[in-house]
Design a protein around this ligand. Structure first.
Ligand SMILES: Nc1ncnc2c1ncn2[C@@H]1O[C@H](COP(=O)(O)OP(=O)(O)OP(=O)(O)O)[C@@H](O)[C@H]1O
Ligand SMILES: [Mg+2]
Length: 348
C-alpha cells in the first residue's frame, strides 16, 4: 500500500449562531513510514482535520482513509491502528503518570503481564521515570505533553496523529520529542503532525501542506516551500518609523524579495544570510542609520504565510477571536522565533 493516510475533499461546517466552515475541501495523502506536517495559523482547520481522520468527528462530505480503511465505515478498525496525542490532553489528572499509561494499556487490551513493562519503558523514554508515581495534577505543562505523547504510543500504533505536539515545550524538551518522533518513523510508523512552527515541519516532515481558512494553500517538501521564501529572514529594529522607512528602501537593494516595514521593524527574506546581513549593515552605516536590533533568523510560519497570502497569521485572529487569542497567537509566534535565532546582535 502506498498511502497510510488519505484525505479527499473533506468539508466540515460547524453550525450555530454563526456558521464556521472549518474545512472547505481539503485533500492530501501521506506515504507510509513518513512524517507529514499540517501547518497553519490558529483556526485554519488543523484540529478539525485530525479529528475527522481519527474518527472523532464526521465530515459533511469527502472521504478519509487510514491504511486504506474508510474512517467513517471502519471506525473501530481504524481506532485500533492509530494513536492520537491531541491538542487537549486526554489523560486523568488524579492518576499518576504510570497509572494513566497502564489504564490505556488495559483499555487497549494489551496483555496484563506486558502492561507494566510497557508503562515503565515509556516513562523512561520520555524522561518521566522520577515523576511516574506522582499524580498528573502535579506535572508541569511540558511533562503533561510528554505523558500525553507516551499515552498515544502505549499500543504501538502504526499511524500516529500528533496535534501540535510541542506547543508550550521548552527548546530542550522540544528537541527530545523530535528525536522520539524520528525514532518512531525510523521504525516504520507513519506520523501526521500539526504545527505552527515552520522549523518543526522543516526538521521532521518530508511533505507538508499549509492550511488557511480550511483550504490547502500550498503543499510540497519543506525545501520547496522555503525556496520560494529565501533561506533566512533579516529583521532590523529602528529607533524611529522614519529610520524604518529609509531602511526599507535601502534593504530593497538586497533583492530579490521586497522588505516589509511594520512600525519600527523592517523584515526582508534573503537568500544568502550572512552576506546580505553584511551588505545591509554597510548600507545602513553609510546613511548614518543605527539599528536598535539586528537579527538573522530562520523563516517562521508567519513569513511563509505572508509570502503566500500577503497577510500575517495574526491578522486572522484579530477579526474572529478577540484580543486574548490574538495575544496567545503572538506569544506562540514569539516562542517559535526565540527558539531558533541564527544570530542576534543588540546595537543600543
Ligand atoms: N466544535 C466546534 N464548534 C464550532 N466551531 C468550531 C468547533 N471546532 C472548531 N471550530 C471552528 O472551526 C475553525 C477551525 O478550527 P480548528 O480547531 O480546526 O483550527 P486549528 O487550525 O486547529 O486552530 P489552532 O491552531 O488554534 O488549534 C475555527 O474557526 C474554530 O473556531
Ligand atoms: Mg488546533
Amino acid at each position: 500500500m502506498q498511502y497510510a493516510i488519505e484525505a479527499e475533499q473533506l468539508k466540515k461546517t460547524f453550525t450555530g449562531k454563526h456558521d464556521v466552515r472549518a474545512l472547505d475541501g481539503v485533500s492530501f495523502s501521506v506515504k507510509e513510514g513518513t512524517v507529514f506536517g499540517l501547518l497553519g495559523p490558529n483556526g485554519s482547520g488543523k484540529t478539525t482535520a485530525v479529528r475527522i481522520l481519527t474518527t472523532i468527528l464526521r465530515p459533511d462530505s469527502g472521504v478519509a482513509r487510514v491504511l486504506g480503511h474508510d474512517v467513517d465505515k471502519k471506525a473501530a478498525l481504524v481506532r485500533s491502528l492509530i494513536g492520537l496525542a491531541g491538542q487537549y490532553a486526554a489523560v486523568d489528572e488524579n492518576l499518576t503518570g504510570r497509572e494513566n499509561l497502564q489504564m490505556i494499556g488495559n483499555l487497549n487490551h494489551l496483555e496484563r503481564a506486558a502492561v507494566a513493562g510497557r508503562a515503565k519503558d515509556l516513562l523512561d523514554q520520555f524522561n518521566l521515570a522520577d515523576a511516574g508515581d506522582r499524580p498528573l495534577k502535579t506535572y508541569s505543562g511540558g511533562m503533561r505533553r510528554r505523558l500525553d505523547l507516551a499515552a498515544a504510543l502505549v499500543a504501538r500504533p502504526t499511524v500516529l496523529f500528533l496535534d501540535e505536539p510541542t506547543t508550550g515545550l521548552d527548546p530542550h524538551s522540544r528537541n527530545d520529542l523530535w528525536e522520539v518522533i524520528e525514532n518512531l518513523v525510523g521504525g516504520g510508523t507513519t506520523v501526521l503532525l500539526t504545527t505552527q512552527y515552520l522549523e518543526e515541519a522543516d526538521r521532521l516532515a518530508s511533505n507538508l501542506a499549509v492550511l488557511d481558512h480550511g483550504r490547502v494553500i500550498a503543499e510540497g517538501t519543506p525545501a520547496e516551500l522555503k525556496a520560494d521564501l529565501g533561506a533566512t529572514v533579516l529583521e532590523v529594529g529602528l529607533a524611529t518609523t522614519d529610520d524604518a522607512t529609509r531602511t526599507g528602501t535601502l534593504l530593497a537593494a538586497l533583492g530579490p524579495h521586497a522588505p516589509t516595514v511594520n512600525g519600527t521593524v523592517v523584515e526582508v527574506t534573503v537568500d544568502d544570510g550572512p552576506t546580505s546581513a553584511m551588505a545591509g549593515l554597510r548600507s545602513l552605516d553609510q546613511e548614518g542609520i543605527i539599528p536598535t536590533t539586528f537579527t538573522l533568523r530562520e523563516p517562521s510560519l508567519d513569513d511563509v504565510f505572508l509570502a503566500l497570502t500577503g497577510r500575517r497569521t495574526e491578522d486572522e485572529t484579530e477579526e474572529t477571536d478577540g484580543p486574548d487569542k490574538k495575544r496567545r497567537s503572538r506569544e506562540r509566534r514569539r516562542a517559535a522565533t526565540e527558539s531558533m535565532p541564527v544570530a542576534t546582535g543588540e546595537f543600543s
